[in-house]
Write a protein that binds this ligand. Structure first.
Ligand SMILES: [Zn+2]
Length: 339
């Protein structure tokens, strides 16, 4: 099989590797599209420590090309999206078949090999079938959508509530769409006008550019002097975390959204206003439990990704494209590799 491997920081190459055997509870995927996440770029640049060499890419859509003897419910030719992390299959949650609650999950592309290869072998429990009407390139966003659903569920968001989303990243924009589906009012805050423009294209009515406006005052006026019931702070956001405290009402809820592996530097802030406002804080990193719902939302176009800035490159150009992305070229574009 052909796979890109990162051998050391800033060194990625295409290697010819031996085909992996297909275990009895596993499936072999012919990979179709692989999404490159911020974490992959952090692995490439050396900011995220890993054991080298490693195949990057944790977001993958492929079709099942071989099925292990003990696998039921999947057949050759099924298109699937892979879960972003491998379950350990030995902790209590895994033994109860609650793989999404695994206590020791291994993130693909960080803790174990990812999907930037022509074929991959994964546990059948870690893939989810997708319907024909869902395009490969759209299904890549299952992870983001699943995370968004998890944010709203952790925040226990209710109809009619205001949700301030700090960070008009892909997760932020998808979260705003899911929030609207739940009949809440998203207010997207960012300092980059190009990202806010994408949020507006996604149907978000209230956007605030912190460079041009006092976001606190704007939220105060939008909420009739109450401030937001809940706030989701996307950890890749360039807006200071303390601002998120200001947008919440007294006794409000705040979610910190993102992967620890994707955090650039430290999240620092003065916690004083957190106490003054008596906020409830949740960290939301992922939720495989929501993959089937997320797949449904993308297939039904409750969540659309057409307006998101993506760049699709052929497999042969993936190494160069990752290098360019890590160097900051087209920083807001999501890189998709067509295998
Ligand atoms: Zn486990």
């Amino acid at each position: 099989m052909k796979a890109y491997r990162i051998q050391a920081p800033h060194a990625i190459g295409l290697d010819e590797l031996n085909a992996q055997p297909v275990g009895e509870s596993c499936v072999k995927l012919k990979n179709l599209v692989c999404g490159i996440a911020g974490t992959d770029l952090a692995v490439y640049s050396g900011e995220q420590p890993v054991q080298y060499p490693i195949i990057p890419g944790r977001q993958c859509v492929g079709f099942v090309s071989e099925v292990g003897a003990a696998v039921s419910g999947l057949t050759r030719g099924n298109r699937v999206v892979a879960y972003s992390q491998a379950s350990c299959h030995s902790c209590k949650a895994c033994k109860d078949s609650r793989y999404y609650d695994c206590e020791k999950p291994a993130v693909f592309g960080v803790d174990e090999n990812g999907f930037l290869s022509d074929f991959s072998v994964v546990s059948a429990d870690d893939v989810f079938a997708i319907p024909d009407r869902l395009k490969d390139e759209d299904a890549i966003f299952t992870e983001h959508t699943s995370l968004a659903i998890n944010v709203l569920s952790r925040l226990n968001i209710e109809k009619g509530e205001h949700l301030v989303i700090v960070g008009a990243s892909i997760v932020g924009i998808i979260l705003a769409q899911v929030a609207m589906y739940y009949q809440t009012v998203p207010v997207v805050v960012d300092m980059h006008e190009d990202l806010l423009e994408i949020a507006r294209k996604a149907g978000v009515y209230y956007t605030v550019n912190t460079v041009e406006e006092d976001a606190g005052k704007k939220v105060l006026s939008l909420t009739g002097g109450h401030m937001a019931d809940a706030c989701a702070f996307i950890t890749s956001s360039t807006v200071p975390l303390a601002n998120a405290f200001d947008y919440c009402c007294k006794g409000g809820r705040l979610a910190l959204v993102g992967r620890a592996a994707g955090l650039r530097g430290e999240l620092k802030c003065n916690l004083a206003s957190l106490f003054e406002k008596n906020l409830d804080i949740y960290t939301v990193t992922d939720c495989g439990k929501n993959y089937p719902t997320a797949i449904n939302m993308l297939a039904n176009r409750t969540v659309t990704v057409d307006m998101l800035p993506t760049r699709v490159v052929p497999f042969a150009e993936a190494g160069q494209a990752i290098e360019a992305c890590a160097a900051g070229d087209g920083a807001i574009e999501k890189l998709l590799v067509k295998v």
